[in-house]
Design a protein around this ligand. Structure first.
Ligand SMILES: Cc1ncc(COP(=O)(O)O)c(C=O)c1O
Length: 375
């Protein structure tokens, strides 16, 4: 049997990872400024991560959600401590799409409504309601298109208000810093008004923090730069440093009942220990402080190529927007300079989504390589 061919692949076979580096089967070393799509948060094969997951799997790797699993409570408590989201409840699942699917479903249960508001250039995953709220018709199958979703440009508060006033919206889903769409972000005035309007018109505000959460922007969550209180916060990616885990944080206004949500694998012992280790490491190694420091160094160093590129995003969720398509540059960075970077919906944008352990010398390596390509 061969593989269902849905991914265009680079001809590189990583076999080992260590902190911000990956090594291929020929022994070549690559600087990973992509993190497997914003997934690697505390670095590849972090010693505590390897030790804790190995210990756990040698004891108990999995049991269902019908027994006590204190690791889930430990994870919820540590998440409260680091995020400051004190009154929220945690539901665990396995991926970003699943987190958003559960978030939307929960909002619909809670409000007894079914229409969604989403934004242009959004990406929320590939499951039913999540993909319908994603601004890419190519990945929306007819079966997904039956969802009622209205799209607005980020910042179009007048349009959103008009729609919310009709009273039939269950949720507004938003990435506070857009990922796949190309690092778009609005401002405090828009986001705070959006939160206020959701509350006024009985809709849930879903903060999609799948990519931007767990310290990637320097704040624990990207929305925390603003004065708002989402009803639901979805998380995944950096949460497990590569172990598949996702979840939603749920405001106390939304009540639980048995059977409302459920999953077989979500919250399993290995996923919990992986995510707990991520949180402990973010705290122990002051990684959110590191994100701010490296971000400001990135801004400084980017001035050397400022004629060609504009910095987008914040923290270590960054992009360099050039005045030409970056496909060839990205390919040269990988094959000639051994640096992984990411792409986005915007063909001119090079995305930088490294482990949060990144150091200044790695930023120097990136800009040296870019300068040698531009010269
Ligand atoms: C903001 C955002 N939400 C949701 C998802 C979907 O996550 P997953 O691929 O784990 O289903 C992604 C993935 O890129 C994302 O960037």
């Amino acid at each position: 049997m061969s593989l269902f061919d849905v991914y265009p692949l680079f001809d590189i076979t990583p076999v080992k990872g260590e902190d911000v580096y990956v090594y291929d089967d020929k022994g070549n070393k690559y600087l990973d400024l992509y993190g497997g799509h914003a997934v690697i948060s505390i670095g590849h094969s972090h010693p505590s991560y390897v030790k804790n997951i190995s210990n756990q799997v040698s004891k108990l790797g999995f049991y269902s959600n019908s027994i006590q699993n204190p690791l889930q409570n430990n994870l919820a408590n540590k998440l409260t401590e680091l995020s400051g989201c004190t009154d929220y409840k945690l539901f665990l699942c396995n991926s970003g799409a699943e987190a958003n699917e559960n978030a939307i479903k929960l909002a619909s249960f809670h409000t007894n409504k079914k229409k969604l508001i989403a934004f242009t250039n959004s990406f929320h995953g590939r499951t039913s309601a999540a993909v319908a709220a994603t601004d890419n018709t190519k990945i929306v199958a007819p079966v997904n298109a039956q969802q009622e979703v209205e799209f607005f440009d980020l910042g179009d508060i007048t349009g959103v208000e008009k729609s919310l006033k009709k009273g039939d919206v269950c949720a507004v889903i938003v990435e506070f810093v857009q990922g796949v769409g190309g690092l778009g972000e609005s401002d405090a005035q828009f986001y705070e008004k959006l939160d206020q309007l959701c509350k006024e018109h009985g809709a849930c505000l879903i903060a999609d923090e799948v990519q931007s959460g767990f310290g990637r922007t320097g704040d624990f969550f990207a929305f925390q730069k603003y004065n708002i209180e989402p009803e639901i916060i979805s998380i995944a990616k950096g949460m497990g440093n590569g172990f598949p885990v996702g979840g939603i944080l749920i405001h106390p206004a939304i009540k639980a009942s048995y059977g409302l949500l459920g999953t077989t694998f979500g919250g399993n012992h290995l996923a919990c220990i992986a995510s707990l280790t991520v949180l402990e490491t973010i705290e122990k190694e002051s990684l959110m402080e590191n994100v701010f420091e490296i971000y400001s160094y990135f801004l400084q160093q980017s001035s050397s190529i400022q004629k060609h590129a504009k910095v987008k995003g914040r923290g270590l969720m960054l992009g360099l927007e050039f005045d030409f398509p970056v496909k060839e540059l990205r390919s040269n960075l990988i094959y000639k300079h051994h640096i992984f970077t990411g792409s986005s919906k915007n063909p001119n944008l090079l995305r930088i989504l490294p482990p949060l352990t990144l150091k200044k010398e790695h930023i120097d390596d990136l800009f040296d390589a870019i300068k040698s390509e531009l010269s």
